[in-house]
Write a protein of this length. Structure first.
Length: 146
């Protein structure tokens, strides 16, 4: 089976910054931040993630792109909003240790639904984004169930 047999995430829904779908094999300077994040997740990741995994994680959800430079910023993003997180893709820069990824996920989990889909990865190279954390989050249910 070649790569084009896989159903892809509709990038126009994820980014809301462009009206055209992107080819993740060759990112260019004009693509949105979420498109660059998805390219890094698929091609510059120490953790193996397929396009199918992303499709499944965000199935019929509308994720939004966020970035943070510290764990406290990341936690503030997770707890801000009226709804709990239902799906998350967290990606850290190359100079982060995997225990930092675990610490970030553990810190965000209290703001997640019990059946929250979580994907994570770490860059295998230094990318144009020097931010420590980049992520896509989807929120669906009211936080009043805390």
């Amino acid at each position: 089976m070649n790569n084009f047999d896989i159903d892809f995430v509709d990038v126009t829904d994820i980014s809301n910054e462009t009206n055209e779908k992107r080819d993740f094999n060759e990112p260019d300077k004009n693509v949105s931040k979420s498109d660059r994040l998805l390219h890094d997740v698929l091609y510059n990741n120490l953790v193996h993630i397929e396009k199918y995994d992303i499709d499944k994680c965000f199935d019929e959800k509308s994720p939004k792109y966020f970035e943070a430079d510290s764990l406290s910023e990341l936690i503030n993003i997770a707890k801000t909003g009226e709804r709990k997180i239902t799906a998350m893709l967290l990606f850290v820069c190359a100079n982060s240790a995997m225990n930092e990824v675990k610490e970030a996920i553990d810190s965000i989990e209290p703001y997640c639904e019990s059946d929250c889909e979580i994907l994570f990865g770490a860059s295998s190279e230094n990318t144009a984004e020097k931010l420590k954390y980049r992520m896509l989050l989807s929120r669906e249910h009211n936080i009043s169930s805390l």
